[in-house]
Write a protein that binds this ligand. Structure first.
Ligand code: KG4
Ligand code: ZN
Length: 347
């Protein structure tokens, strides 16, 4: 019967983030501030996230991001009712930074600390942005994640399948690297793909011949490498058109795999006859217009509502952690000083 104010902290991968969320007595929760310090530039020279560099950058930026979230929201630490922090899964160094910081604040302010699963944060985002009702189907597609989940409640998720190797974003990033395009690879490959012929080169559709919702994307990179090297051997290099055609072929394969696996995941989800069937997509790859269009089509064919949170809340952020923490707080699930970092923590 009074508003709740939650401070959220996220530091599990390569973004240091803090957010202030307010749940009024009535109506939807409001994001008062959401600060994200990305580390893309720090890792760019190495072609992937370097855990040691990530850990140091989190330790450097975490206080700053919290302070900035407080200042922009106009909220003081005294008004914070609980601290929600990503306690896993993720890179151990970063997760520890976040958890230690949250526990310190919790002890000094005398308010609860709540350990949040990073994937639950992503998976609950449609409830924060669109007040979506359970149960809904969720597709997480980013640089680090790729899985289908049915969200039954804030605590109960059923995993229908996921990638057995690379995440799609990782495949886009590797494709960009192999073709000399800038990082992050997703937007660059998408832009090239619009100029290319998706049928010129053959790309596999991994695991479509097998039942279920598991996916595989590492073979696409191998197929790309082979065709790139064949072109280089034959003609001494790649033309701009070759590059666009390779991107188009690669992207079409990702689209086909995601669309077909989404069809299957929807069939499993719809078998329980949810009253307001809905598919939500989150993760950086959800920004891809071809993938989005394919998912929208599959949903329309199945009379399922399609939704995607705004991009800033699809990618790693602390507002989603604060929101997942809020759901736990309301359910009475709080932690204490024994809260530990869990680098591996399946939903
Ligand atoms: O969720 P996110 O910001 O981060 C993590 O996974 O941690 O996702 C980033 C990923 C990168 O791999 C990036 O290349 C990919 O999302 N991405 C895209 C597009 N925009 C970003 N992939 C395909 N098409 C896009 N338009
Ligand atoms: Zn994430």
């Amino acid at each position: 019967d009074r508003p709740l104010t939650i401070l959220g902290i996220e530091s599990s991968c390569d973004d240091t983030a803090a957010a202030i969320l307010r749940q009024p007595v009535e109506g939807p929760a409001e994001i008062l501030a959401s600060v994200v310090y990305g580390q893309t530039d720090l890792h760019a020279p190495y072609g992937g996230v370097v855990p040691e560099i990530a850990a140091r950058a989190h330790a450097e930026k975490i206080d700053l991001s919290i302070e900035e979230a407080l200042v922009t929201s106009g909220v003081t630490l005294k008004e914070v009712d609980a601290i929600a922090v990503t306690s896993g899964p993720g890179l151990i160094g970063g997760v520890i930074s976040g958890v230690m910081c949250a526990k310190g604040l919790s002890a000094s302010l005398g308010v609860p600390v709540i350990g949040v699963n990073h994937l639950a944060g992503h998976a609950l985002t449609p409830r924060l942005t669109d007040q979506v009702a359970f149960p809904y189907l969720m597709l997480l597609v980013s640089g680090g994640h790729c899985q289908f989940l049915i969200a039954h409640s804030a605590e109960k998720f059923t995993r229908l399948g996921g990638t057995i190797d690379d995440a799609p974003g990782e495949a886009f990033d590797k494709t960009a690297r192999l073709l000399g395009l800038p990082q992050p690879g997703g937007p660059a490959v998408q832009a090239e793909a619009t100029k290319g012929d998706p049928k010129r080169f053959r790309f596999p559709r991994p695991l479509l011949d097998r039942p279920g919702c598991d996916m595989s994307f590492s073979g696409l990179k191998t197929a790309l490498l082979r065709q790139r090297d064949a072109l280089i051997a034959e003609q001494g290099g790649l033309t701009l058109q070759d590059r666009a055609d390779l991107c188009a072929g690669f992207q079409a394969a990702v689209v086909d795999v995601l669309a077909e696996k989404t069809r299957r995941a929807l069939a499993l989800y719809l078998a329980d006859a949810p009253s307001e069937p809905l598919l939500a997509v989150a993760g950086g790859v959800a920004a891809n217009t071809a993938i989005r269009a394919a998912l929208e089509t599959v949903c329309a064919q199945n009379n399922v509502t399609f939704t995607a949170p705004p991009l800033a809340l699809c990618t790693d952020n602390a507002a989603m952690i604060a929101y997942a923490g809020l759901e736990k707080y309301v359910a009475g699930q709080i932690d204490d000083m024994s809260l530990a970092a869990r680098p591996r923590w399946p939903l």
